[in-house]
Design a protein around this ligand. Sequence first.
Ligand SMILES: Cc1cc2nc3c(=O)[nH]c(=O)nc-3n(C[C@H](O)[C@H](O)[C@H](O)COP(=O)(O)OP(=O)(O)OC[C@H]3O[C@@H](n4cnc5c(N)ncnc54)[C@H](O)[C@@H]3O)c2cc1C
Length: 568
Amino acid sequence: MTIDMAAERLECDALIVGSGAGALCAALTACHAGLDVLVLEKEPWFGGASARSGGGLWIPGNKLGAAAGIADSREEMMTYFRHEAGPLFDEARVTAFLDNGPRMLDFVTANSPVRFVLLQGVSDYHPHHPGGKSEGRAIMAASLSAKLLGREIKRLRRPMKVSTFMGMQIGIEDFRYFYTAGRNLKSFLHVTRMVLRSMIERIVHGQPMRLASGNALVGGLAASCFGSGVRIMTSAPVRALRTTGDAVTGAVAEIDGRMVDIMARKGVLLATGGFPHDSERRARLFPSGARNPEVWSLMPYGNSGDGLRMGEAVGAHVEEAMRCAVALSPMSRVDTDEGEMRSFPVFSTRGNPGKLAVKRNGRRFVDEASSYHDFSVGLLAASQGEPDAIAYVISDHRSIRRYGLGFAHPYPMPLGPHLRSGYVIRGETIGELAEKAGIDAEALTQTVETFNANARTGIDPDFGRGSNAYDRWAGDPAHKPNPCLGPLEQGPYYAVRVFAGAVGTFAGLMTNANAQVLRRDGSVIPGLYAAGNDLASITGGDYIGGGCTIGPAMTFGYIAGKHMGGQP
Ligand SMILES: Cc1cc2nc3c(=O)[nH]c(=O)nc-3n(C[C@H](O)[C@H](O)[C@H](O)COP(=O)(O)OP(=O)(O)OC[C@H]3O[C@@H](n4cnc5c(N)ncnc54)[C@H](O)[C@@H]3O)c2cc1C
């Protein structure tokens, strides 16, 4: 790489804009294809939302599912995509994803410390739809030691504070231990060991050394990038693309307060994380009840639509006509001791026995155990004409202590602080709870009575809760006859307020099967690629499986890296 900062000019083969999992996968692939690679990241930390994430990847046809004996076929995968994406099904891109996803995993496993594990029992988000599977397609990054990154650990974006436990990172594989520590000796010992190890590491190294979930994924990819000679510059926002004729040949970036002209001989990849904080596009494309203040988005503030705007400036087409332009999740509001307000995603705990969700009118509106995206779509639909989409998840005492509720974790974690902060509202009776929360008391009492009668039979005639594999995974296997349906019968009763918020965006730059960016007429813009949420989602704007943003992000990053390296 030629670096001549005095002349405010830089040269490389491949310029990667952004540093999430897709970007780093592209950088590593291009580097292994023999290219000289430069990664530019706008924020002081690399990793983006990918580093905050659960580190889950949805890759149909992965070897881990096959090794566990889970049958899956190309026909079933195509059928699922065709059904989920509907009129937006893009056979060429889906084929490229299905062909290259497993290859990408082989490449990452062979060339980085990242290791993947099967998410056992985790189904597609619509396993009951044609081609849907009840297990085998969702995997996640296993935890890693932060020592791999050496001093670069300081530049890795850390997970959200609300998703750590005493500063310790917790992976999805640890959840079942944490959630059952109060009632299972094995879980209690597992958690105790983790806490003790983390305390010792804090004394020896100044911080816990375990990277989990998205931090493990990004940390492992970055460690390999550093080891292979890829340069990752942070606090280096790319401001515009540079063109020669109709081709993209580089970019202009702001580095150390100076505008630097960067020439990229083989191509530029845009992976700037979509548009969750682009107020103009958000106002236009987010569903009305989810346009509420930025705090309901868990995406880093740097993800402000730069990639889409820079692409459009050189003629790229942004596909906005998605089923839903945004990936949604119910969010709850946590007021911290430091007087700050944070969002906590209520990804799970909504569909346990002894819980239901209602609007202020006291009526249920959705299958509470469905995916966070589907729950939120249901919430938005039920909130038409209201300024914000708000609901309350209601729990009885046994359920909140056994399974937790949002940020209020189960026994033995104390409930008192959440009651004092107002995060959890309590009432001795359903009527008192409704009054305190501002819910129609008569309607809620009626809803709970009907729900309880149905729950005792294990059938939810209104919303079919527990009728598919995803719902049942979110429940308690020990609860019979339906693992996610149980009456609310032991007071006091509790409520947590949830809003519709964002965990990503689906609308994005139109690309072909090589991850090359296209103009509206379908022609290729030479030298320009996209990955991650900058690329129009191959799902057509739906959350179809856990990891269905990072799986395709890394796969199209891999495809782009190969293509830039002349290995399509
Ligand atoms: C709590 C949480 C858990 C999640 N868990 C999962 C999961 O397990 N699996 C899954 O698939 N999805 C998950 N998601 C969603 C997922 O994290 C995102 O969809 C995904 O990480 C987006 O990847 P990306 O590469 O597009 O963007 P990012 O990873 O956000 O990377 C984009 C980067 O580009 C940088 N950037 C922006 N503009 C510029 C510029 N002009 N110049 C240089 N750099 C720029 C940004 O600062 C950012 O660092 C989760 C989301 C959240 C919030």
